[in-house]
Design a binder for this molecule. Structure first.
Ligand SMILES: NC(=O)c1ccc[n+]([C@@H]2O[C@H](COP(=O)([O-])OP(=O)(O)OC[C@H]3O[C@@H](n4cnc5c(N)ncnc54)[C@H](OP(=O)(O)O)[C@@H]3O)[C@@H](O)[C@H]2O)c1
Length: 282
């Protein structure tokens, strides 16, 4: 039987009064993280490019009883990252938690065909932006008061796959950045990453929509991930329960890395078949 996607959570108010910035929080994993942190008492500042999506996410957070503000913009724009930090400081007077979740899986395709400018964009969004935002939070609050950072990486950064060279390379760099920052920012600030496997979101729709059953059958957990699976892991990592954990990569992947030994006996072919033959958004 597949592990339940909806493990019960009583939402202890372990983050009461702490302020969190979550990037890319209008849908998918970022939205679930923002809601999970809010349900545990955090004050939320959320971002995404589409202003409508940001407004909608803020309204949903407030409907859950949370204090929340939103700042539309791209994490690729350094001015936006300062604006986000300043807004959180103006509204809440603190920035205890940063979750670098926004990312791009473009450019898609073989690296020999990659446009180096598009390749650079993947690094701007997936690596440079997380560093810049953490610098902002450090200068505004964390260097004196401490805090916790979580970078959303990917299980896929641990190996190679068809057409995802820019994404995988930039996420591998984000993993290294996580470890380096953890070393530099302690003891005041803890920095960790979560690495999801295949999760039911828009970004990965082109994979799971066609192959959910075969991917799930090959996973020890017996199902693909839901955004809430990742959100609960992030909530734990930023809470005091994880106070002796920094520089860690937490796989939230339903057993993807160990699936070769599972009863389903699958390789990673079910995912790679989709990556090979279909494009994001197709
Ligand atoms: N889904 C998976 O299977 C999976 C697996 C491994 C890792 N991940 C990672 O999980 C994270 C979240 O992905 P997801 O699957 O939840 O994706 P998603 O459903 O496509 O959501 C992405 C979110 O980020 C925002 N966003 C995208 N580009 C942005 C930018 N340049 N600046 C600011 N916001 C931006 C989007 O809103 P706008 O479009 O309005 O900007 C949206 O709110 C990413 O880091 C991804 O790499 C996902």
């Amino acid at each position: 039987m597949a592990a339940s996607p909806m493990a019960p959570t009583d939402h202890p108010r372990v983050l009461d009064g702490r302020a969190a910035v979550v990037t890319g929080a209008s849908r998918g994993i970022g939205r679930a993280i923002a809601e999970e942190l809010a349900d545990c008492g955090a004050l939320l500042c959320v971002t995404a490019r589409d202003p409508h999506g940001v407004r909608e996410a803020v309204a949903a957070l407030r409907a859950r009883g949370a204090e929340a503000v939103g700042v539309p913009g791209s994490v690729a724009d350094p001015a936006h990252l300062w604006e986000v930090t300043e807004r959180a400081m103006a509204e809440f007077g603190r920035v205890d938690i940063v979750v670098n979740n926004a990312a791009t899986n473009q450019p898609y395709g073989p690296l020999m065909d990659a446009d180096p400018d598009a390749w650079r964009t993947a690094f701007t969004v997936n690596v440079e932006a997380p560093l810049r935002l953490v610098q902002c939070a450090w200068r505004a609050w964390m260097s004196e008061h401490g805090g916790a950072v979580v970078n959303v990486c990917t299980e896929g950064a641990g190996h190679v796959g068809p057409n995802v060279g820019a994404y995988g390379t930039s996420k591998a760099a984000l993993l290294h950045l996580t470890a380096q920052l953890a070393g530099e920012m302690g003891p005041l600030v803890r920095v960790n990453s979560v690495s999801p496997g295949l999760v039911r979101t828009e970004m990965a729709r082109f994979v799971w929509e066609r192959a959910e059953e075969s991917v799930a059958a090959g996973l020890p957990a017996g199902r693909i991930g839901e955004p809430e699976d990742v959100a609960r892991a992030v909530r734990w990592l930023v809470s005091d329960e994880a106070s002796w954990i920094t520089g860690a990569e937490l796989l939230v992947d339903g057993g993807t890395r160990v699936r070769a030994a599972s009863a389903g006996g699958a390789s990673n072919d079910a995912v790679h078949q989709q990556l090979r033959h279909h494009l994001p958004g197709s």
